[in-house]
Design a binder for this molecule. Structure first.
Ligand code: ZN
Length: 407
């Protein structure tokens, strides 16, 4: 039992501190695994504790039953002792009353004997009347009176003495019975106290167990709550990933000339405030395109596996729609474009990638030179630049054909 308590006491330091920052889904999964093994370990520790607890509950129920039965025996014994005491006292009272009667009777008869002797002609009651016979001489009468008085005194007092002795014997007997009953009572009460002490002790030990079990149960409940939290982080991340996969699918479909359009509303970038005119006028190139990033320098041209041109301007510079059209994608693309805007011009689509922040939403009609976002370095990008593409039926063509010579 002590070993079990020590083992339980070791649980407390194993509690992990709650993370101060929101964990990533991978961290959440790892923490979930930790929590599950911790819960399994606690459940294993709890098992013998709960078994012991159940045993103790049973033992306590048995003890409780014993205490009740013993209480009944002690009550019986106490009642018997009380009765015996009461009977002894009654007998003693009778004995004392008899003694008193004897004393009183003796005193009274003595008085009368003296009175009859001293005043033989005086009125006398029962004893004298009995003796008022004519043929008895005065002397005889006196003698007879004395005899009668002393005789009846003796008779009555003898009777009373006999009764008194009888009562004294009964008192002795009853005192013995009382002592026996009291001894029985003491024995039963001692047994009761012993059982009650045992029960109290058992209850104390069980209380310690109960506290330990409650502590572990509380710990498990806390872990379960944390586990649910981790689950929410994971499902939220999964929902976000699913939404992003759908956005990517739509972006790819749009880039490859499909009809599907859409996008994620997430900017994917910082909440930095960028600014610039919301509309510019530019000189359109041979294909009708204006420069989407005014003043930018071309840092990489089209071709050799590069489906667009890269243009460089200070980070956060405003990006403008090269041609008027409908925004068919605006948001995060996890395929490498980062924050991406796709504008459909009917016969072709322009793409504006790696933005720090997009400024339009799907379905929006934009005019040529209208602000669509801000230059950045999101997605697969090594530094701030605009990756600009022109696609016809899903195939990337050299944007120079539309833009003309770079400024
Ligand atoms: Zn590029």
């Amino acid at each position: 039992m002590v070993a079990a308590l020590v083992a339980v006491a070791n649980v407390a330091p194993a509690v992990s501190a709650a993370p101060t920052q929101d964990p990533t889904p991978a961290e959440a999964r790892a923490r979930q695994d930790e929590i599950r093994s911790e819960k399994a370990r606690l459940a294993e520790e709890l098992e013998p504790l709960k078994a012991t607890q159940a045993e103790m509950e049973q033992a306590l129920a048995v003890l409780d039953e014993q205490v009740r039965a013993q209480q009944a025996r002690a009550d019986d014994a106490r009642r018997a002792a009380d009765d015996a005491r009461q009977r002894a006292e009654d007998l003693l009272r009778q004995q004392l009353a008899t003694e008193h009667q004897i004393d009183e009777l003796q005193g009274r008869l003595q008085e009368r004997a003296v009175s009859a002797y001293v005043n033989p002609d005086g009125r006398m009651d029962d004893t004298e009347r009995l003796l008022s016979v004519d043929d008895i001489s005065e002397l005889d009468r006196d003698k007879a009176l004395l005899d009668a008085v002393s005789g009846s005194t003796e008779d009555i007092t003898d009777q009373l003495r006999g009764r008194k002795e009888e009562l004294a014997d009964l008192v002795d007997e009853q005192r013995a019975a009382q002592a026996e009953a009291e001894e029985w009572q003491a024995t039963e009460e001692a047994a009761l106290r012993e059982l009650q002490a045992a029960e109290e002790n058992q209850q104390r030990i069980k209380t310690v167990y109960d506290e330990q079990v409650r502590g572990i149960d509380g710990h498990i409940a806390g872990l379960s709550a944390e586990e649910a939290e981790m689950e929410k982080i994971i499902t939220d991340a999964e929902a976000r990933a699913a939404a992003q996969a759908e956005a990517d699918r739509r972006a790819n479909a749009a880039l490859s000339g499909g009809s599907s359009s859409g996008g994620s509303s997430s900017s994917g970038g910082g909440e930095q405030a960028f600014s610039g005119p919301s509309q510019i006028t530019g000189t359109a190139g041979p294909g009708g395109c204006i420069w989407p990033l005014p003043g930018a320098k071309v840092s990489r041209g089209f071709g050799g596996g590069h489906p667009g041109i890269d243009m460089y301007a200070p980070h956060g510079s405003p990006i403008y729609a090269s041609v008027a059209g409908e925004v068919i994608f605006a948001g995060w693309n996890s395929g490498g474009y980062g924050n991406l805007v796709l504008v459909d011009h009917g016969s072709f689509v322009t793409a504006y990638a790696h933005q720090s922040q997009v400024a339009v939403s799907v379905g929006q009609q934009v005019g040529q030179g209208q602000l669509v976002g801000y230059e950045g370095s999101t997605g697969y990008s090594t530094g701030p630049h605009l990756h600009f593409e022109v696609r016809v039926n899903g195939s990337a063509i050299d944007p120079d054909g539309c833009l003309g010579t770079s400024t």
